[in-house]
Each structure stands twice: as structure tokens, then as C-alpha cells.
Design a binder for this molecule. Structure first.
Ligand SMILES: [Fe+2]
Length: 143
């Protein structure tokens, strides 16, 4: 039996948007980790690999929630194109855009998922990790 919560359908729909975005993020970071060259690659390749892993981890948690709520989890990534570039600064700019959007997704989910105990806590934690990533990429770009 699926878990029943307030705003069930809205929460499932919002979780699916976040999941599609995580799938896109993991593909983007894995791609940039493979193409980053030069001195920047010393720190950016491991950072992109870590972010790819974090996105897979978030996707895993969100997918499990959707299944528990009786929803059908998406398997395709968000269709927003992933910019191919070999310019490290442009990669970091794309990473910042991606993390800002991810943070927006979880900021929309958290207020409507308050009744989803105990996963509400997990969602807040993911939201915090997205916000930490935004700050990290802002610092790299010095913006
Ligand atoms: Fe994420």
C-alpha cells in the first residue's frame, strides 16, 4: 500500500521534476569531468565527479520516495540541453545554473511535503546540499 500524505499528487509531480533534473545533472557533471583539461582539471575533475555522484544519490532518494508514494518515477532526464564546452569557466557557469535550478525545485517541494514524515527531513537535507553547491560554484566564479 502506498504511503498517503497531504498534497500527494502535487508532491509526486514535484519530486518527478526534481528527479529529471538530477538525472540531467549527473549526465552533465560526468560529461564535464571527462572534458575538463589543463590546470583547472586538477580540482574541477574531482569536483565534477563528486557532484555527479551526489546527483545520483539525490535521484536515488527521490525515486524511492516517489515509489513509496505510489507514483511512477520518470526514467528520462529533463530535456534542457547540456552545453558541450571545453572551457572550464563555462562549465562552472553551467554547474551554477544547474544547482540554482535544483535548489529551486527542492524549495518548492519542502513546503508542500511537511506531512511526509520522516522523508521531509531528507528533502530539507537535499535542499541544503543544493544550496551549498550554489555557494561553492559562486565562489569558484567569484560572483
Ligand atoms: Fe541534487
Amino acid at each position: 500500500m502506498p504511503v498517503k500524505i497531504a498534497n500527494q499528487k502535487k508532491v509526486i509531480a514535484a519530486l518527478n521534476k526534481a528527479l529529471a533534473w538530477e538525472l540531467r545533472a549527473s549526465a552533465m557533471y560526468a560529461h564535464y569531468a571527462a572534458y575538463v583539461k589543463g590546470l583547472e582539471s586538477l580540482h574541477l575533475a574531482p569536483l565534477f565527479k563528486r557532484e555527479a555522484g551526489e546527483s545520483i544519490g539525490h535521484a536515488d532518494k527521490v525515486r524511492t520516495m516517489i515509489a513509496e508514494l505510489g507514483g511512477q518515477a520518470v526514467t528520462d532526464r529533463d530535456p534542457t540541453p547540456i552545453l558541450h564546452t571545453e572551457d572550464p569557466r563555462q562549465m562552472v557557469q553551467e554547474a551554477l545554473k544547474t544547482e540554482r535550478k535544483a535548489a529551486q525545485h527542492y524549495s518548492a517541494i519542502v513546503p508542500m511535503a511537511k506531512a511526509y514524515y520522516p522523508h521531509f527531513h531528507t528533502l530539507v537535507h537535499i535542499q541544503k546540499e543544493e544550496m551549498d553547491a550554489v555557494v561553492e560554484f559562486e565562489n569558484l566564479l567569484a560572483v
